[in-house]
Design a protein around this ligand. Structure first.
Ligand code: AHM
Ligand code: MG
Length: 356
């Protein structure tokens, strides 16, 4: 039975009917084939961890949580204190909830099987980047958390070989992110559209503010770290020149925005239309972003919102993962722009409308 929205008082005193994340998840169970009480609890656990991470980020200058831990993670990156806190909170929430049998985190070298009881009852595997863009935390710029949910296929055990446990992104049953920006948003999909919830700090609830998000077709912005331009292929440089060009026929003028926090760049492009790119570079010959907990969940979301995600050749969601921390080049955003990027990269640029 659907839960009724509750009345929420706006600052102007008007009462607005809004759905909390929890009410929304309960209502969605009617439309979602994988939905069980356990799945609802799993999403609730992630949202509780997100609130705790948010609480730490919001008081970061006051608490001693800025700077580095002194450790280097499995990616050879210096771990920030907030990376560690975010990782611990997510692992703790998922372990306490007991709904998943396997966890994989950017901050942990190996996947973590959960307790034997959970293995017997629940088949969820959750992969996450606990704090994406964490170099931004010391300068008060926005960051995020990304998560991806699978059910392990029948016959697969959490302690089986990774080649068996890790599945292509097309098999995700849910994915989402939390953007800790000027407000905090929880955006997710269970394969039935994309919905966004804004945290009301006064009542500590995520409220549905962005129902059924669709990525605009008219791209407004592109996002890439152009400091690496000397490393880009001639085809990619050609594509960037095309992107920058004004189109007098359509009035198209695409601007550039790059925060250096994938969640924030992706979130802006999802709402306003655009393209995020992280290609292969000299420092990152396989690309920088990780398939299992960055590219796959965002590809799932963008497709649900009417967009596209590729590595320049292949659909991201079709890639067969080989290891937990596998990287991939990534072109993600408005469908027409991703298709144009692929066409340039594959030497088919004459197929792109507006190319002279
Ligand atoms: P992280 O998960 O260790 O924070 O790394 C991923 C981040 C993305 O959020 C961001 O888009 C990218 O790295 C920025 O990298 P660069 O500084 O090379 O542009
Ligand atoms: Mg990241």
């Amino acid at each position: 039975m659907s839960r009724a929205p509750f009345e929420h008082e706006s600052p102007s005193g008007d009462l607005k009917s809004v759905l909390t994340l929890e009410q929304f998840i309960i209502n969605q169970r009617e439309h979602f084939p994988h939905a069980t009480g356990a799945f609802s609890r799993l999403l609730r656990d992630v949202s509780v961890a997100a609130k705790i991470i948010n609480h730490n980020i919001r008081r970061a200058g006051i608490l001693d949580v800025l700077g580095e831990t002194g450790e280097v993670n499995v990616q050879d990156e210096r771990q920030k204190k907030l990376d560690e806190i975010a990782d611990q909170e997510l692992v703790r929430a998922l372990r306490r909830g007991g709904e998943c049998c396997l966890i994989g985190s950017e901050e942990q070298p190996e996947t973590i099987p959960m307790s034997p009881d959970a293995q017997a009852q629940e088949r969820y595997a959750v992969f996450f980047d606990p704090l994406d863009g964490s170099t931004n935390t010391d300068v008060n710029a926005s960051v995020g958390t990304i998560f991806s949910v699978y059910t392990l296929p029948e016959g697969v055990r959490p302690d089986d070989a990774l080649e068996v446990v890790l599945r292509p992104g097309a098999e995700q049953v849910a994915a989402g992110y939390v953007a800790y920006g000027s407000s905090t948003m929880f955006v997710f999909s269970t394969g039935n559209g994309v919905n966004g919830f804004t945290l009301d700090p006064g009542i500590g609830e995520f409220l549905l503010t962005h129902p059924d998000i669709q990525i605009p077709d008219q791209p407004a912005r592109y996002s890439i770290n152009e400091a690496d331009i000397d490393d880009f292929s001639p085809e990619l440089r050609d594509f960037l020149r095309w992107l920058k060009r004004k189109d007098p026929d359509t009035g198209r003028r695409i601007r550039s925005r790059y925060i250096g926090s994938f969640v924030s760049d992706f979130h802006r492009n999802l709402l306003t239309g655009g393209l995020y790119m992280y290609p292969a570079t000299a420092d990152h010959p396989e690309g920088k972003l990780r398939l299992m907990y960055e590219a796959n969940p965002m590809a799932f979301l963008v497709e649900q919102a009417g967009g596209n995600a590729t590595d320049g050749r292949r659909r991201i969601l079709d890639i067969n993962p080989e290891h937990l921390h596998q990287r991939t080049p990534l072109f993600i955003g408005s469908a027409a722009l991703v298709e144009a990027a692929d066409a340039f990269l594959q030497g088919r640029k004459t197929e792109v409308t507006g190319v002279q």
